[in-house]
Design a protein around this ligand. Structure first.
Ligand code: NAD
Ligand code: UGA
Length: 387
């Protein structure tokens, strides 16, 4: 018999049933894969799409067949939701509109998706005494305090002015006309509501604040497995440019900074939360890689080099092109300047640390992008345009 799997305190881990909402998305697909491959847990996978988890659902000879069950439903209006939460031990809510191109152009859908639609999930968990892991975002921090200092201020180099701490940092958004912040603001309010349910009604919750998790299956490639005019997050935008041999578009000079973490490292952190409730309940966790910081311009340059290595194609002579945010995203766009996660709480509670360097995670991700899309792109490009 295989030896029992133990939690961080040395206790055997009991198999549980998880109701995962938004399981068909980027993070959900990796989490389902991990749970099926490495644990005995059962998953009700809820989503409106299942393309990214099809390989886990069929055929029914898969080793985990019977442990994952797909339910095609929209949580906006489906009476099955409460029943599924009731028969599960834990609910994980990943469902959201979470692409910046939508925040300023579809602010109502963004606010409904990230706040209103999440309300019944919180309510059903609280009323039925079920544990909830809710996915928020690092965007709740908004801009850093340092971004308001004069450009030449030495304090900008002081971590006290830019490192983002769960229990100390303020949430700094732009004005209401800057509709970019509709997402961050909706996520902040649902975090506060969950926290209040914990304080007043004893809800057992964990809030996750991902910092730019990237990897295979993120978003879509416009015109291949998503709309031609769609604007995904930066990894997919730049992958699309590289696959088509076009320069990568740098919004407002590409000066914003991000820290990127490999999806497979981040999923390890989520599994620790799932299997160590005593250490994770009542906590808000930053999950990111503070060692992988780059400007968006540096990201573009590194992706061009890595893509050339994995595809065998020479890099473009002019790998990037500047574009204004108004042209790229439209009216009401704004940006987070810098995102360094403080790791104290996740280190202390779960002993988690990310492992993969930016170069290595880009190499495995762009190898996947090339293998998955290069042929399809070639066909689209070769097709004569109808006259
Ligand atoms: N990927 C990241 O780095 C990142 C960073 C910060 C926050 N997050 C948060 O993590 C969560 C998951 O992100 P992701 O990157 O996997 O996004 P994603 O868009 O790939 O996945 C979200 C999934 O939710 C589903 N969904 C949305 N509305 C639904 C509804 N009403 N009913 C049923 N299903 C619905 C979508 O179909 C999609 O499959 C989101 O809450 C997002 O805000 C992600
Ligand atoms: O991933 C996260 O942690 C969070 O941040 C993302 O926000 P952001 O990082 O701004 O989104 P990206 O689309 O990945 O853009 C990153 C940066 O690249 C820039 N960009 C994007 C696309 C492009 O083609 N060119 C370009 O310069 C953007 O302006 C921005 O400065 C999204 O809001 C969410 O997915 C999530 O909550």
């Amino acid at each position: 018999m295989a030896s029992a799997r133990l939690d961080l305190d040395g206790n055997p881990i009991k198999p549980i049933t998880i109701c995962m909402i938004g399981a068909g998305g980027f993070i959900g697909s990796h989490l389902c894969e991990k749970l099926m491959n490495e644990t005995p847990h059962k998953v009700f996978a809820l989503d409106v799409y299942n393309d990214k988890i099809k390989h886990l659902l069929e055929p029914d000879t898969l080793p985990w067949a019977g442990r994952i069950q797909f339910h095609r439903l929209n949580i906006k209006h489906d009476s099955r939701l409460e029943g599924l939460i009731k028969i599960a031990d834990l609910t994980i809510n990943l469902a959201a509109i979470c692409t910046p191109a939508d925040y300023n152009t579809r602010p109502l859908d963004t606010i409904y998706s990230n706040f209103i639609d999440a309300l019944p999930v919180v309510k059903y968990c609280s009323e039925n005494n079920k544990r909830l892991i809710h996915f928020s975002t690092c965007e709740v921090y908004g801009k850093t305090i340092g971004s308001f200092l004069p450009k030449d201020s030495a304090l900008r180099q002081d971590p006290a002015y830019y490192v983002l701490k769960e229990d100390e940092s303020p949430c700094i958004f732009g004005s209401i006309e800057k509709q970019r912040w509709s997402y961050a603001c909706a996520k902040q309010l649902i975090e506060r509501l969950i926290y209040a349910e914990g304080a007043e009604n004893g809800l057992e919750f964990t809030i996750v604040r991902p910092f730019n998790w990237i990897g295979p299956r993120m978003d879509f490639i416009p015109g291949i497995d998503g709309p031609s005019e769609g604007v995904p997050r930066v990894l997919a935008c730049f992958s699309n440019n590289l696959l088509r041999g076009e320069p990568l578009k740098l919004v407002d000079g590409g000066q914003s900074q991000r820290t990127f973490v490999y999806i497979k490292d981040a999923i390890e952190a989520v599994l620790l939360m799932i299997e160590n409730p005593a250490r994770a309940n009542g906590q808000i966790f930053n999950v990111g890689n503070p060692n992988n910081e780059v400007t968006v311009r540096q990201l573009a340059e590194m992706m061009s080099q890595v893509y050339s290595k994995v595809s065998g194609e020479a890099p473009l002579e002019k790998p990037t092109i500047d574009v204004s945010s108004k042209e790229f995203y439209g009216e009401g766009y704004d940006d987070s300047d810098k995102r360094i996660p403080d790791m104290t709480i996740i280190n202390r509670q779960l002993g988690w640390n990310p492992k993969t360097s930016l170069w290595d995670l880009l190499e495995s991700t762009l190898t996947y992008q090339h293998r998955t899309y290069a042929e399809a792109i070639k066909k689209v490009i070769a097709k004569p345009v109808a006259s």
